[in-house]
Structures are given as C-alpha cells and as structure tokens.
Design a protein around this ligand. Structure first.
Ligand code: SF4
Ligand code: SF4
Length: 397
C-alpha cells in the first residue's frame, strides 16, 4: 500500500479529440526505437474498437472476484495495434527522370501513400460512433495507465520487475529486472503495457514522474486543449481530485469490474437530447445510459442527473462549486501537486542515493532525475532529460 496515491480525473464532457495529449506524450517519451507503435496516452472514439483494437472484448486480464488473476491476451502488432506504416516519400516526392519518348502520364509522380496498405491503426474508427442520423452519437475516451492500487501487471510479473512507488503509487517497470516475458501485457485488462521489440522489455506510462516530482503536471494534462484533466492526490481534501472523486462523487473508474482499482477517473459525458420522428427534441439522452454503465459502472445515471442539476443551478446564476470546478477557469487550479513532498525525508532521492537498496532489500532501477545545471531554467532542465522509459543506463545492482 502506497503512502499516498496520485490520481487523474478526466471530464469527458470537455474532450474534443484533438490528440494534443497523445502528441505531447509521444514526443516526450515514445519517439525512439522500438516505441513507434506505442501510445502510452491514446484517445479513442466510443462506441468503437479502441486501441489496441477490441481491448475490452478480447483482451482478458485483471482479477476475478476471488482475487485470482484472469488469463489475458497479448495484442498482435499488426492486427490489434496496427504497425506504423512507411510512406513512399522517394517515389512521390523524389526526383523524377523525364523520358521524352513516353507519354506525359508516365512521367507523373505517384501519389503519396503507404508502401504496404495498412489494415488497422490507432483511431482506425475515429468519429464513427453509433446510432442513426439525427440521433447518432460518440464521445472521446482518453486513456493512460491507471496506476492501479491493485495492479494486475505487477501481480503477473514473475521477476517482480513491476513496482508501485510508496510515495505516490505510480506504477513503474524496473528495466533492469524486466526480461520481456510479457505476462504483464496479458494481465493488464486495459492493455496499457507495451513490448519494446528493440530492448525486448516491457514499457508503460510513467505518469511523467520526473515532472510530478518538480510539482508539474503530466505532459498530457499540461498540454490538454480541452482542459479536461485534473491531477492531485486522493487524500488531499483541498485538491480537485478529492473533491471530484470523494466529495461530489462524479468521477468514476473505468471498468471497475476488472478489480485492479484504477486511479484514473472519468466524469461521464452528458449528451444532447434525441429528436423524435417529427424532429422534435425529446427528453432522452443520445448516448444510452446502458452503454456508459458498461464503461463506468452503475452510478452513471445518478452522476448525470447531478451534473444536470448543478448545470441548471449555474444557468440560473446560482453558486455551484461542482460546476466551477469542472469549468476550470484557471488551468493551473486543475493541478494540485507538491514538489516539497518529494523533498521530505523518505521521499525519492537524487540519482546517487537512489542506487542504494531500498528497504526490503531488492534494489530497483528507476528512471532518473538527471543532475541539473542550476543556471538552466526548469523548462530547459526538463527538455534536457536524457531519459525515457526503458533506455536509462543508470545505477543498478
Ligand atoms: Fe498495470 Fe494496467 Fe493497471 Fe497500468 S492499467 S497499473 S499497466 S494493470
Ligand atoms: Fe481530449 Fe485534452 Fe487530449 Fe485534446 S488534449 S484529445 S481535449 S484529452
């Protein structure tokens, strides 16, 4: 059990599917060899197949109600993730040798297209959704590792390479101990661990912990255009996470029935009302409650009702702490972090000290905070982090 648990709340009413978060994460962490296909943060359209494809239907993993690990599947690179494709840049954009004797059409460049026609990919079914016009519907579901309180990935690892940080509950993979058996990938019901075919180790979202330790939000949250992401500690009663999860109880875990106790929570999406056959607005929401209940559990209807009530109050000019929170007038108020906490005794130490065996004996290899030049700005320091999950050649025993 961790001393504290960091968590994220995402308000699905505000996500516009712009993928800025995906790009922020990709450029920060997974733009190197073996990670081309990985999206530690992805944003998928629901109803839809998601990424990897059909992870909810056929992925397996998690725990049964008796607490036993359930069998799970390792997604296939081509079928489920969709291998990143190469484009025919040379043909389409390179030099063309003009043959004076041939017809002009022979000298035209081919169109720019994938060398091998792709059969799947992230967001293959983006914006398709379900339902018939004018009552069709969809919404976006951004997903990261849930940094679960009861992580199936950790339980499945025979090498004990996966650990949950005592200070904040972030789940990490010790790259020194990992042997790439991929039991964690099968066991994670959310399919949020990826195999790196170059390093032959598993990798996953690290909740941007070098940023968190500096009191900064994760890259995905900091860059979020829709301001949908809140970050803080569950036990901080003054923070937005506690207020949304525990006080107002409007943020719900995704697929709680997987029994991993996820620490990413979602405010369910309200949807526009349906039209009847005569084109009149009805009182029925377009996204069926049953669909949302399948994702976020049985409390969805009461949460949607509460959101509607509070929204109505706000419309009438009355006070609503909940609406003010969710509107998030100031982006910085969405994050309640605590850099000082990490500097207190018992908190993570600088790299040299981190090499010492932790209490319990087993040494672990963490992704380091590099030694900073004090004259650098914080932005420079973060830009210069020579780290990415999986490629740190630091201290270990
Ligand atoms: Fe592990 Fe999956 Fe939970 Fe992340 S979401 S902690 S990878 S079980
Ligand atoms: Fe949604 Fe924010 Fe990501 Fe855009 S950046 S897709 S609004 S979570």
């Amino acid at each position: 059990m961790s001393r504290r648990q960091i968590a994220m709340v995402m308000d699905l009413n505000k996500c516009i599917g712009c993928q800025t978060c995906t790009t922020a994460c990709k450029t920060q962490w997974t733009n190197r060899d073996g990670r081309e296909y990985m999206y530690w943060n992805n944003v998928e359209t629901h109803p839809g197949n998601g990424y990897p494809s059909r992870w909810e239907e056929s992925g397996g993993g998690g725990f049964d109600d008796a607490g036993n690990l359930k069998p799970g599947r390792i997604p296939d690179l081509h079928r489920d993730y969709g291998a990143p494709f190469e484009l025919n840049y040379d043909e389409a954009l390179g030099c063309v040798t003009v043959d004076k004797h041939s017809s002009s059409s022979d000298n035209e460049r081919p169109e720019l297209k994938p060398v091998v026609p792709p059969v799947n990919g992230p967001n293959w079914d983006e914006d398709q959704g379900a339902g018939e016009y004018p009552n069709n519907y969809y919404f976006y579901l951004p997903r990261i590792c849930n940094h679960c309180t009861n992580p199936a990935c950790l339980a499945a690892c025979p090498r004990q390479a996966i650990y949950k940080r005592e200070e904040d509950g972030i789940v990490l993979i010790d790259q020194e101990r990992c042997r790439g058996y991929q039991h964690c990938i099968a066991a994670c019901p959310y399919k949020k661990i990826y195999f790196n075919p170059v390093t032959k180790k598993s990798e996953k979202c690290i909740f941007c912990y070098p940023r968190i330790e500096q009191g900064l939000a994760t890259a995905c949250a900091q860059q979020c255009v829709g301001r949908i992401r809140f970050i803080g500690y569950l036990d901080d009663v003054d923070g937005p996470i506690h207020k949304l999860v525990e006080k107002w109880k409007v943020a719900l875990p995704l697929h709680a029935e997987y029994n991993t106790q996820p620490n990413v929570y979602y405010v369910p999406p309200l949807s526009p009302p349906k039209y009847d056959a005569q084109g009149r607005i009805t009182g029925e929401r377009r996204i069926p409650d049953a669909f949302l209940i399948g994702l976020l559990g049985p409390r969805v209807p009461e949460v949607l009702k509460l959101l509607e009530q509070e929204r109505e109050k706000k419309r009438r000019g009355k006070e609503s702490e909940l609406m003010d929170l969710l509107i998030a007038y100031r982006h910085e108020e969405m994050f309640k972090l605590d850099a000082d906490y990490y500097r207190k005794p018992g908190a993570p130490q600088p790299p040299a000290a981190a090499a010492a065996p932790p209490p319990g004996g087993r040494s672990r290899r963490v992704i380091p905070i590099v030694a900073f030049n004090k004259k650098e700005s914080l932005e420079d320091k973060l830009d210069n982090l020579e780290v990415a999950a999986g490629n740190y050649a630091g201290e270990t025993t």
